[in-house]
Design a protein around this ligand. Structure first.
Ligand code: 26Q
Length: 876
């Protein structure tokens, strides 16, 4: 196989196809089509061209029968598919050209695509990056999730407040999906369990009866690998009522059940739960979990049995990775299938389950750990509950066997029991059952082992491992920042696109004055692009020459957006007192959605907007500070923001952010980090050097020590630090809310009094304030020297090599999944050509540049010959 033969892009065919689609889909001529119609027509044309590679890949799976990963996740935050597919097909430039010739602008067409937001934030986006890497690295995998009718809400800001608007992402249809009714599964809820004697074996068997049923219908979306003709599948499930319910049920007089089934089907996939913090035991959420897990596991087992004979060999061919505890029902559901449908004995079944399930933890925060009241769990999933009880009974026996001698068993059960205190504890089930437990950054994994999961670590040390998160450079650099991507390729060739460790070769350019100027220019252009977006969306004029200081992520108290905005208030006070103060212009940019019921988070959004209103409209500070809250932060506008950032705010209370991934996207785009020693920041500092970051604040150990001793007393800081006191008083004296001076009282109280039984300033905002302000001062000093700033920015980009999700995936494969790469057999003709990729057609601007580009191309070709991926493909 050569990459070239698989990937020949046929521009002419594409253009004809777009025109034809416009005619047949909309009964219009091209010249009369709306942008949305052109998008739809182009997306269908693109899908047509993806389909061949998709079929080809899946055929190779059929023939080679490889071990397959099922990545189970309640969330896949994919972002727009059109531009990304073009990038990965290496057809971005030719399609741009093709559309341009037809009179359309590709960027404008891309903007017509709704941003599929089937996720809250980090965990869902991680799943999407993983799929991109899996396909790019030739690994056979399915993403398994839910086709929510409404994704993450759209955020509107009205009078400074967040307002949630439903996200009807399917309004115009989804051109990239394929409905696969032939893979429909049936899912059962409620009813009761009855037992019977199997006449053949004489064993007691169980079955669920009197249940409500729902059909699960999969929709498949292609996940296109970069430049390798490989297409994996994201399979998301939709619910429909079971067939012929009206007639059947009505005839049977079971009208009630029929209506219930219909309602169940209508509600189950209706909406993504837009919260990622306080977990409430909402029954519908548990239904969603069982729905997609049961459908995915049933189908995975059927697929396995269609290719293999012995169910005992399942672990050789199938691995289920559970993205947090949300899909933990995988464990009892697989047990159910093995026991009730395949008639296995418990020990046999348990052995299989233990060898094909693995769990990733994404948080240490106690309030985010999933627990389900037994009442709900057992009513909704009676057979599954029985199985969980048996898992728990046997595990408690193990605990007794091990700890009785030490008199510790009761304590250990209180910590590790799966069913305890009236609740089913999902993390405990995932850890007991799975063969692997991993954290998502080194510090996080250490905290799991030594603090939050220490009893489990003591019992099963061999299960624990770390897999530091990563991001796909294809979306977050190649697509998001074409100017920088082309510049990098110009300097070091394009291998970084599939091997980000190669980006280290940029490091020597950090000291090159010409490279520094070029880098600065690119950042400036990206800032102009974002400034335009801000002007259009916020009506605020920001100066692209100002420092763009960016905090974009979900709104959470532990992420401390409040620290950032309190510091802005403090700066403003300084400038008011001393208008001549030498302070380089700053634009503080925020983007964040808050869970709809999270009062302090929503109030923080209001505070940011009110502070923006006051500061942006005060001529006396001569625009030295601007504050911008970007509405509806999501994958598509994130791409603009990352490319334009100078400063990346990663300021969580140390120990609280499991990893963070935004930090990596910003670093890759050349932003300097101001941050605590938390999550992945620790490893970033290791890569780029602590002197090239702005680190501040308590260490995770200090935070944990304080927490174990009941917190600290923020009143000491209030009393001793006049600057902090001034800012806090301004929270409640009406300065930022004249019409209601009490508005921000809950924020004030959370800092000084503590609420609902939690200690005052639980997230150490005041404790870290001075240290944060000092780090901000260091930024101001460093920014003064443009050259050394460009050097620092280039070094950040050059040091981001570790943070590719390609690296993360290779570690999962090596240590947990043990997958083999699937090499695709050669095809005689294809449609997309490597020669047409964006990066190899770098520039046609001048002959001088062109010559250089040719040189770079040659260098790339030479390197390509030696790359391991190439070697691997040459073998097939
Ligand atoms: C659970 C039950 C009921 C309703 C909602 C939820 C729920 C939904 C989403 C709980 C948690 C989440 C999301 C968590 C998340 O995004 N965690 C982040 O994961 C990233 C990827 O590993 C890390 O980088 C972040 O540090 C972590 O906060």
């Amino acid at each position: 196989m050569t990459k070239k033969s698989l990937m020949k892009f046929d521009k002419n065919l594409f253009q004809r196809s777009v025109e034809y689609n416009i005619r047949t889909m909309y009964r219009r001529e091209l010249s009369d089509a709306t942008s949305q119609q052109v998008f739809q027509a182009a997306a269908f044309a693109l899908k047509d061209q993806i389909i061949n590679a998709w079929i080809h890949t899946q055929k190779a799976f059929e023939e080679q029968n490889p071990k397959t990963l099922y990545y189970l996740s309640m969330e896949f935050l994919m972002g727009r598919a059109f531009g990304n597919n073009l990038i990965n097909l290496q057809a971005y430039e030719p399609v741009k050209e093709a559309l341009h010739e037809m009179g359309f602008d590709l960027n404008a067409i891309e903007d017509e695509e709704p941003d599929p937001a089937l996720g809250n934030g980090g965990l869902g986006r991680l799943a999407a990056c993983f799929l991109d890497s899996l396909a790019t690295l030739n690994y056979p995998a399915y993403g398994c999730g839910i086709r929510y009718r409404y994704g993450m809400f759209q955020q509107k800001i009205r009078d400074g407040y967040q307002v949630e608007v439903p996200d009807n992402w399917l309004e115009n249809g989804n051109p990239f999906e394929l409905r696969r009714p032939e893979y429909t599964q049936e899912i059962h809820f409620g009813g009761h369990v009855s037992s019977y004697i199997d006449p053949e074996t004489g064993r007691t068997m169980f079955r669920q009866e009197g249940y409500n049923a729902v059909k699960a219908i999969p929709y498949d979306m292609p996940v296109v690998g970069y430049g390798n003709g490989f297409v994996d599948t994201l399979r998301i499930w939709d619910a429909e009522p079971v067939e012929s319910f009206h007639l059947d049920s009505f005839d049977k007089g079971d009208y009630q059940k029929a209506v219930e089934d219909e309602n169940l089907a209508r509600t189950i996939c209706e909406v993504l739960y837009p919260c990622d913090d306080h977990i409430q035991g909402k029954e519908l959420r548990l239904k969603q979990q069982y729905f997609f897990v049961s459908a995915s596991v049933q189908l995975a087992v059927k697929k396995f049995m269609s290719r293999n004979n012995d169910i005992h060999e399942l672990p050789e061919k199938v691995v289920f990775q559970m993205n947090d505890t949300h899909p933990t029902l995988t464990v009892p559901e697989l047990m159910r299938i093995l026991l009730d449908e395949y008639g296995l004995e418990w020990d046999d079944a348990w052995n299989i389950v233990q060898h094909c399930t693995a769990y990733t933890n994404h948080t240490i925060m106690a309030e985010a750990l999933e627990k389900w009241p037994i009442e709900i769990f057992s009513r909704l999933l009676p057979r599954i509950y029985q199985i969980v009880e048996e898992i728990n009974r046997r595990f408690e026996n193990d605990i007794h066997a091990r700890y009785d001698g030490q008199g510790d068993a009761a304590y250990k059960i209180s910590k590790m029991g799966i069913i305890y205190d009236g609740q089913v504890r999902m993390a405990n089930m995932a850890i007991v059952a799975g063969y692997s437990v991993n954290g998502v950054a080194r510090l996080h994994t250490e905290i799991l082992k030594n603090e939050s999961l220490r009893d489990f670590y003591e019992m099963f040390p061999e299960k624990f491992g770390n897999k530091t998160n990563g991001i796909t450079q294809r979306r977050f650099l190649l697509h998001a920042n074409p100017l920088l991507a082309d510049w990098i390729t110009d300097k070091i060739g394009d291998e970084w696109i599939t091997d980000l460790s190669r980006i280290a070769e940029l490091a020597p350019y950090a000291d090159d004055a010409k490279a520094q100027r070029e880098f600065e220019q690119i950042k400036y252009k990206n800032k102009v692009r974002l400034a335009k977006y801000i002007q259009e969306h916020n009506g605020i004029e920001v100066d692209p020459r100002s420092i763009f200081d960016v905090q974009v992520k979900r709104l959470h108290e532990y992420k401390r957006q409040l620290l950032n905005i309190l510091h802005v208030m403090y700066l403003y006070n300084q400038l008011k007192k001393n208008p001549a103060m030498d302070y380089p212009k700053h634009t503080f940019i925020f983007g964040a959605k808050a869970a709809a019921g999270y009062r302090n988070a929503k109030l923080t959004i209001k505070l940011i907007n009110n502070v923006a209103e006051v500061i942006n409209n005060d001529p006396s500070i001569e625009d030295k500070i601007k504050v911008v809250f970007i509405e509806d932060y999501r994958v598509s506008n994130a791409e603009l923001i990352f490319a334009a950032a100078d400063i990346s705010e990663q300021i969580s209370t140390a120990s609280k952010e499991a990893s963070g991934t935004g930090c990596m996207k910003l670093m890759l785009n050349g932003a300097a980090t101001i941050g605590t020693m938390d999550g992945a920041n620790v490893e970033m500092a290791e890569e780029v050097g602590i002197e090239n970051m702005f680190i501040f604040g308590l260490s995770s150990k200090e935070v944990i020590d304080y927490e174990n001793n009941g917190g600290y007393n923020p009143m000491d800081i209030f009393n001793s630090d006049g600057n902090v006191r001034e800012v806090l008083v301004q929270l409640v004296n009406g300065m930022y809310s004249p019409e209601n001076p009490e508005l921000f009282r809950p924020l004030y109280d959370s800092l000084l009094k503590g609420e609902n039984g939690s200690s005052a300033d639980r997230y150490f905002i005041l404790k870290d304030f001075e240290s944060y302000a000092d780090a901000q001062r260091r930024i101001v000093a460093a920014y003064e020297d443009k050259k050394s700033w460009a050097r620092l920015a280039i070094l950040n980009t050059a040091s981001a090599g570790k943070f590719s999700s390609d690296r993360t995936i290779e570690e999962y494969v090596r240590d947990i999944w043990h997958l083999q790469k699937v090499e695709l057999p050669a095809v005689s003709s294809g449609r997309f050509s490597k020669a047409a990729s964006r990066t190899t057609s770098v520039s046609k601007k001048s002959s001088v540049k062109k010559e250089k580009t040719e040189g770079a191309k040659k260098a790339v070709t030479t390197r390509k010959r030696t790359s391991p991926a190439k070697k691997a493909s040459a073998r097939s």
